[in-house]
Design a protein around this ligand. Structure first.
Ligand code: NAD
Length: 293
């Protein structure tokens, strides 16, 4: 299949690599032209200079920071959508906002393009292994069946979540839980340390106790306690995901005070550290609050 892959960053690069290895005719595009050349030469595939250069694709996949970036590559004369052939399939695998996804899907439908959302969970290690969890939203069942063989190259747990945008809604709620768990674990760590508890011992205990989570087992143990801070997931992207979940809560008319607080804590971490720092470094930004008080 002729596949265009747009956004070859931390996640997109290994994901696109699996599609190339799967024997498909892949062309990649990214606003960072050096990244495109490096990926194309090391994976033996083609690189595009503009989104419109991808006009012959049968399937277009985006793995971009957010829905805003997705709309910017798809919409308008300089965007890809007006140049694609009728019947092309478009899958947004980024963690975008579900309401924007529905709006974009309706616009693309007028051009004869079917849109699915298929965000992922599992971070860079599982993107590299091709074992991501994938949440598929879409209104067109045959299109989902067409997408499955390609999605299966990147993930080994594929879930259908409902209509278009439902994958993005699901993804933001998952990341809200992870972000809340991290915030609680970080506060426990900072309080415990002040009391004289050893951080490594604390997480050895938590990891065999009821406070255990992905955050305690992987993020705290491998990235915070070791001082490595290299999850491959930036604080800016996680703050964006929690904001999407909070916007969704508001759109559903649900009073969600914990969600609002978690959103604000991650926005603060992003503003203090800078959006491109590793999300695990948020613990450092919140340490300031304890010192100030
Ligand atoms: P990243 O910043 O590493 O990669 C994004 C890529 O998009 C970069 O190469 C950038 O140059 C490119 N880009 C940005 N704007 C563009 C535009 N307008 N046109 C073309 N290219 C553009 O981000 P990532 O960590 O790979 O995350 C991508 C998406 O996946 C995000 O929505 C993120 O929330 C989600 N996600 C990330 C992880 C993770 O662990 N990193 C896990 C699950 C989901």
């Amino acid at each position: 299949m002729r596949v265009a892959f747009i956004g070859i960053g931390n996640m997109g690069s290994p994901m696109a690599g699996h599609i190339v290895k799967g024997g498909h005719d892949v062309t990649v595009y990214d606003s960072d032209a050096d990244r495109v050349s490096r990926f194309a030469s090391s994976n033996g595939c083609r690189g595009a200079r503009t989104p419109a250069d991808l006009r012959d694709s049968e399937l277009v996949i985006t793995m971009l920071p957010d829905g805003h970036a997705v709309r910017s590559v798809m919409r308008g004369e300089a965007g890809l959508a007006p140049h694609l052939k009728h019947g092309a399939l478009f899958i947004d695998m980024s963690s975008s906002d579900p309401v924007g996804t529905r709006t974009l899907g309706a616009e693309l439908a007028t051009l004869g393009i079917v849109m699915l959302d298929a965000p992922v969970s599992g971070a860079v290690p599982r993107a590299t292994l091709g074992t991501l969890a994938i949440m598929i939203g879409g209104d067109d069942k045959p299109a989902i069946e067409r997408a499955r063989p390609i999605l299966s190259l990147m993930g080994d747990r594929l879930f259908e979540t409902g209509g278009l945008g439902s994958g993005h809604a699901m993804k933001s709620l998952n990341n809200y839980i992870a972000a809340a768990t991290f915030a609680a674990s970080a506060e426990a760590l900072l309080i415990g340390q002040r009391f004289g508890l050893d951080p490594a011992t604390m997480f050895d205990i938590i990891n065999v106790s009821t406070g255990r989570s992905f955050i305690s087992e992987v993020v705290m143990k491998e990235h915070v306690i070791t001082g490595k801070f290299a999850t491959g997931f930036t604080v800016g992207l996680l703050a964006k995901d929690v904001r999407i979940a909070a916007d969704l809560g508001e759109a559903m008319n649900l009073d969600a005070p914990v969600l609002r607080l978690v959103r604000d804590r991650w926005a603060l971490a992003r503003d203090r550290l800078g959006a491109t720092r590793d999300n695990a470094e948020a613990v450092k930004s919140w340490d300031e609050d304890l010192k100030d008080s």
